[in-house]
Design a protein around this ligand. Structure first.
Ligand SMILES: Nc1nc2c(ncn2[C@@H]2O[C@H](COP(=O)(O)OP(=O)(O)O)[C@@H](O)[C@H]2O)c(=O)[nH]1
Ligand SMILES: [Mg+2]
Ligand SMILES: [Zn+2]
Length: 301
């Protein structure tokens, strides 16, 4: 039988599910050890004679990769061809704005767009909610879509669906902010394990190990990757961290030195913009913190 195109919609290690052009999912094995398809990959595959099974023989060039450092310090690819990163936060667990900045930077490094989702907006009594709403205004100001949702009361799901149209998106963010709950709210049939459920089952959080791509009826694809729960955006191959802070681009245009790192250099457009209040001081602190992290991990950066 002939080779055909498909997309990886689930990845169980050496077994994958390939969706063909008719939307049917075919269990496939992978040709050779070197081939490592991940969810979101566009592939060439061929049916195996006489079986409802196929063989993945080629991975098409990826637009991008969502990676995380593995235990041996190499990078582990969690998903491919992600066009939008949805950074989820909530008043509980306590939000970490630096982590949000890192996720947004990582999205920019991989060439994906990004949005911020404030989930658990139903927790009106939570003292952390108002300050978080206030802090997120800065992201709106610099151009990121910010969507307020509650997976519990189902508020804000429509604006969220709208933001997902036309994209292959992935939800990232601290454990416990409600990523699985949001997925369940958008895709009731998917029945994704949430914190409560997994604790109740006594099997912990390791029961769902496969990453999956779901089609939303309202438009767009959403990837659920369990690996994302401890996904610390690395992107330490990056040579210009400025790219991760979108509001620095215009002020950086007036730096005296083309390779200005916006730290102690004279006539720096970015530090001037911080002084003038054009760049938010807290965002600039995140930039410096990320730069220090980079210096530790890559001496000489
Ligand atoms: N009040 C409230 N609780 C939520 C909401 N979304 C999720 N939760 C709860 O937060 C906890 C963690 O949710 P989960 O979806 O497992 O978070 P994840 O680790 O990001 O996937 C669970 O106890 C959920 O029931 C929400 O919108 N409002
Ligand atoms: Mg989860
Ligand atoms: Zn500068």
């Amino acid at each position: 039988m002939s080779r055909q195109q498909g997309i990886i919609v689930a990845n169980f290690g050496r077994q994958v599910l390939v969706e063909n052009s008719n939307g049917a999912s075919i269990p496939c094995i992978i040709s050779g050890r070197k081939l490592r398809p991940v969810t979101g990959d566009r592939v060439m595959w061929e049916p195996l004679d006489g079986k409802n099974k196929g063989l993945v023989c080629e991975i098409m060039e990826r637009d991008n990769e969502l990676t995380r450092p593995d235990r041996r310090g190499r990078t582990d690819v969690l998903a491919a061809n992600v066009s939008q990163v949805m950074v989820v936060c909530a008043p509980r667990p306590a939000p970490d704005l630096f982590l949000i900045d890192r996720y947004l930077a990582a999205a920019a490094f991989m060439g994906a767009s990004a949005s911020v989702v404030l989930n658990k907006s139903d927790l009106e009594e939570e003292p952390g909610l108002a300050p978080l709403r206030e802090a997120l205004l800065e992201y709106t100001r610099i151009g990121y879509p910010v969507i307020h949702t509650s997976a519990k009361s189902r508020d804000g799901l429509e604006p969220l669906r709208k933001q997902l149209i036309g994209h292959t998106s992935i939800l990232v963010g601290q454990s416990g902010v409600g990523k699985s709950s949001i997925l369940n709210a958008l895709l009731p049939e998917a029945d994704i394990l949430t914190g409560e459920l997994s604790e109740a089952s006594g099997e912990g959080r390791h029961t769902t190990t496969a990453s999956r791509l779901y089609h939303l009826d309202s438009g767009g694809e959403l990837i659920d990757s369990p690996g994302v729960r401890d996904y610390a955006p690395a992107a330490f191959e990056e040579n210009d961290l400025t790219k991760g802070f979108i509001e620095f681009a215009a002020p950086a245009g007036s730096c005296k030195f083309a390779n200005c790192r916006h730290l102690h250099e004279p006539r720096c457009g970015v530090t001037q913009a911080v002084k003038d209040g054009v760049i938010c001081a807290r965002r600039y602190e995140s930039y410096k913190r990320l730069t220090r992290l980079m210096e530790q991990l890559r001496p000489g950066y």
